[in-house]
Structures are given as structure tokens and as C-alpha cells.
Write a protein that binds this ligand. Structure first.
Ligand SMILES: C[S@@+](CC[C@H](N)C(=O)[O-])C[C@H]1O[C@@H](n2cnc3c(N)ncnc32)[C@H](O)[C@@H]1O
Length: 441
């Protein structure tokens, strides 16, 4: 074992040792697990079964490490195609793993979470991408003296010039941002500000909705340079609109229209700058098609899409139900849903603004609840109300297997059966995973 330190001038220099390790199993966030001197270590960029030379940082258990050299590679190891991945970009974690093995890893992860929550169900079906690249239509680009993504496990920014998992507009935008920063035409925000970007479909070509945000929030008074920054960004190729997130949380337009549209399964949905938008539209269409198959042939009167956002799920499935309520906290998203419903001629949709936890009880007796909560999962009040009303069918869309398993266990205690759990690979090359669980009461 060799020892060294990093960050020599920093008081918090991290002591590092090099160790030859056998990687055992997948750990959290696509790390692999091993042991150093009797301590558990989580190693980045490995694959279970491999023998590697790893850099391991001393600290609290579990220790953190990263593969420095592969001594005995797994047959599932491939050469990552992205140069930024090799520089430690934190946007992807498993580019070095063959796509079929990525899927097996995610499937196993969901099954483990289900088992840990005491559930006997496992992934019944897997939906993958034909080409697992260029799928991301949203990105948060950090701004410092360079523009790019956060590195994995350390501070700073990895300057990005092209992003293999994103829509080409996003990589090209990063590249041009870096040129402007190098020329001193944009301020250095020291990684405390970032640009939230969404690719929307304007009439002629795709365009970026850009929202400038900062850790401390922004106002035009505290950041008088914002107007000039917005003008510079708006003049860039591919940028459709520029807005900023005010310290209050409100998104305010600077240049261009706040409302854009995306094309999903052949139809246009309105998307406001700064609101949640599904990043992988190909897989969202696959999930919708699956949900449609699950609902067809059933007689469904009242339905609700809880945590409904811009109505991606609820509006797309509304023609299969008697009435649909979209319950959502973000007023801009709900306004977009209202506009989309108008354009689609849907008159049997209600729009309910506020906290799902407070509103779901007033949704009353439903025949179907669609829930698509943030990573934290469903609030207890939502689960209690759905169980209390004995809603016969719940479609649970989740981006977090741990909270999904926890919530499914609560439904099961409330008398529900988990009919199926399906994996939709919305986020190839990353550890993130989307799933759809079907519950019957
Ligand atoms: C994962 S997104 C899903 C959005 C939508 N289903 C879609 O596919 O576009 C979660 C949504 O829940 C909303 N949200 C977060 N917390 C909420 C709460 N307590 N009550 C209602 N909506 C909430 C967010 O604003 C966001 O739009």
C-alpha cells in the first residue's frame, strides 16, 4: 500500500492510499464495494468481480475510492466514449459498463430495495433505449471560470464541450459558453451560479430555454450584470429564451417567451421555463404507451394525476377516463397543463394547485390515481388518503427505488397488492432509474 496526500495547501488535505482490491458487489450510486484494512470502501468506476488498483481516501467508513488502474477487467467493461467521463465528470457514472450490464445492475438494485422493504415482488419487465445516448433534454450547467458539470466526489467544474448523453444543443451550448468565458464576455460566478436548460421545440428548430440561477438567489438589484449576461446568452446559437430565478423562487423572463413546447408521442405539450420537464422523451413515450395498455379495457370514471407537473401523464391518458384532476404545487406547470388541455380540446380536466398532501383527501373517491412524486416519494398523507378511499388502481411512477419500495410496503400493509414493477431506463450511463409499479386495492 502506498500513501500520499491531495490538496497540499488545503488544511483539509485528504490522505490517499493506493490499494489493490477485488471489487465485490454494486454499492450505492453505482459504486462497487470492497474492503481496505477491515474497513468498507465504496469504489467509483469499477465493476463487481474486477481486480483493480484503487485510490482510496481515508476518512469515515465507508471510505471513498476510485479505480486508478484495472488489473483484471470484467467482461462487461467497455471503453467509455466520452472524454469528459475520463476527466471525472459527475454527469455519468457507468459509461464504462456495457449497456446490457447497466440494465442488469439497475434491475438488481430495484429488487434489492423491494426485498429490503420486505416485499416479495421484483422487476417483471424492462424497457430499454435502442440507442442509449443523446437522450437528455434538460441540464444544469455550472458557471465558474469554465462552464460544465460537477465532478464526481470533489469540488469544481469539469469544462464540457460536448455531452454524449444530452441533446446536441446542450453540448454545443456548453462549448460556446466556454469560449465566451475564456474571452471574458461572461462573468465568473465561481460555480455559485448555474444555467438550467431545457430543449424545447420552437416552430423551426429545437431551442434552449435558459434559466439563470444562483445559490443565494438572484435579483436585478444584487446582480446588475444580469441584463447583459442575458443579452449575451440570448444572442448565442440555439438559445430561445433567457429568464432568471428570483430569490423568491419565482422565474422571471428577461428575453423571449417563458412558455415553450415539447413534442411527446406526436403531440405538443406546453413547458414553462424553470418547471419540471421529463428529460427523456423517448422513454416517457414508452412509459405512456405501457400505461395506456394497462388502462385500456377498464372502465375508469374519476382519475387524478398527483404530482402532475405540466400534465405529461394525466393529460396524455385523459381520453381513457371520465374525468381527470391534475394536482400540482408549481403554478407555472399547472398553467402550462391548462394551456395544453385547451389546445387538445380536453374539457373534463380539473387543475388543482397546492400540496398534494393537503389536497389529495379532497380529490374524493377515484377509480385511478397516477402518482409521480419527487425522489423523496409519497407523503404519508397521500398514501393514507389513497388507502382510505380504497382507490382500486394506483399507477406509481418513481425515480427513486428506495422511496418506491418504502411506499409500496405501506400500500401492502393497507391491503394493496403490487401487481407489477417495471423498469424504464430513462437515464442510461447513470445510476438513476425510473420505474412503474401497478397497485390494486
Ligand atoms: C417527478 S415530477 C413529475 C411531474 C409530471 N408527472 C411529469 O411527468 O412531467 C414531480 C412533480 O411534483 C411536483 N411537486 C413536488 N412536491 C409537491 C407537493 N408536495 N405537492 C404537489 N406537487 C408537488 C413538482 O413540482 C413536480 O412537478
Amino acid at each position: 500500500m502506498a500513501h500520499s496526500t491531495t490538496g497540499g495547501r488545503s488544511k483539509r488535505a485528504r490522505v490517499r492510499l493506493e490499494a489493490e482490491l477485488t471489487l465485490r458487489d454494486w454499492g450505492p450510486k453505482a459504486t462497487t464495494t470492497s474492503e481496505v484494512s477491515g474497513k468498507r470502501v465504496l469504489v467509483d468506476r469499477g465493476i463487481p468481480g474486477e481486480r483493480v488498483l484503487a485510490s482510496v481516501f481515508r476518512g469515515r467508513e465507508p471510505l471513498q475510492g476510485s479505480v486508478a488502474k484495472v488489473l483484471e477487467p470484467s467482461p462487461e467493461r467497455i471503453a467509455p466514449p466520452c472524454p469528459h467521463y475520463l476527466k471525472g465528470c459527475g454527469g455519468c457514472q457507468i459509461q464504462h459498463v456495457a449497456y446490457s450490464a447497466q440494465i442488469r445492475m439497475k434491475q438488481r438494485l430495484i429488487n434489492q430495495e423491494m426485498a429490503a422493504a420486505g416485499l416479495s415482488c421484483s422487476v417483471d419487465r424492462v424497457w430499454t433505449m435502442r440507442s442509449p445516448w443523446q437522450y437528455r433534454r434538460t441540464a444544469a450547467i455550472a458557471l465558474g471560470w469554465e462552464a460544465g458539470f460537477r465532478p464526481r466526489g470533489r469540488r469544481g467544474i469539469v469544462a464540457i464541450h460536448d455531452c454524449r448523453i444530452s441533446h446536441p444543443l446542450i453540448g454545443a451550448f456548453c462549448d460556446r459558453l466556454n469560449m465566451l468565458l475564456a474571452a471574458g464576455r461572461l462573468p465568473n460566478y465561481h460555480a455559485k451560479a448555474w444555467l438550467d436548460c431545457t430543449v424545447v421545440d420552437s416552430r423551426d428548430a429545437p431551442a434552449l430555454q435558459v434559466v439563470v440561477q444562483a445559490i443565494t438567489g438572484l435579483t436585478l438589484e444584487t446582480h446588475p450584470e444580469l441584463g447583459q449576461v442575458a443579452a449575451t446568452l440570448a444572442a448565442m446559437d440555439g438559445v430561445g429564451s433567457v429568464a432568471y430565478r428570483h430569490r423568491s423562487g419565482e422565474v422571471r423572463p428577461i428575453i423571449g417567451d417563458l412558455m415553450g413546447t415539447i413534442r411527446l408521442a406526436g403531440r405538443s405539450l406546453c413547458v414553462p421555463a424553470g418547471s419540471f420537464c421529463q428529460t427523456n422523451l423517448e422513454m416517457t413515450a414508452a412509459l405512456l404507451s405501457r400505461a395506456r395498455t394497462l388502462l385500456e379495457g377498464r372502465k375508469i370514471g374519476a382519475a387524478a394525476d398527483i404530482y402532475g407537473g405540466i400534465g405529461t401523464l394525466g393529460l396524455s391518458l385523459a381520453n381513457l377516463v371520465g374525468s381527470m384532476s391534475i394536482i400540482e404545487l408549481d403554478p407555472r406547470a399547472l398553467e402550462a397543463a391548462r394551456r395544453t388541455a385547451g389546445a387538445w380540446g380536453l374539457s373534463h380536466v380539473r387543475f388543482v394547485e397546492g400540496h398534494a398532501e393537503q389536497l389529495v383527501a379532497s380529490a374524493g373517491k377515484l377509480d385511478l390515481a397516477i402518482v409521480d412524486p419527487p425522489r423523496s416519494g409519497l407523503g404519508d398523507a397521500v398514501i393514507a388518503a389513497l388507502i382510505g378511499y380504497k382507490i382500486p388502481l394506483v399507477l406509481y411512477v418513481s425515480c427513486a427505488p428506495t422511496s418506491l419500495a418504502r411506499d409500496l410496503a405501506k400500500f401492502r400493509q393497507g391491503g394493496y397488492a403490487v401487481k407489477s414493477v417495471e423498469l424504464f431506463d430513462f437515464y442510461p450511463q447513470t445510476y438513476h432509474v425510473e420505474s412503474l409499479a401497478v397497485l390494486e386495492g
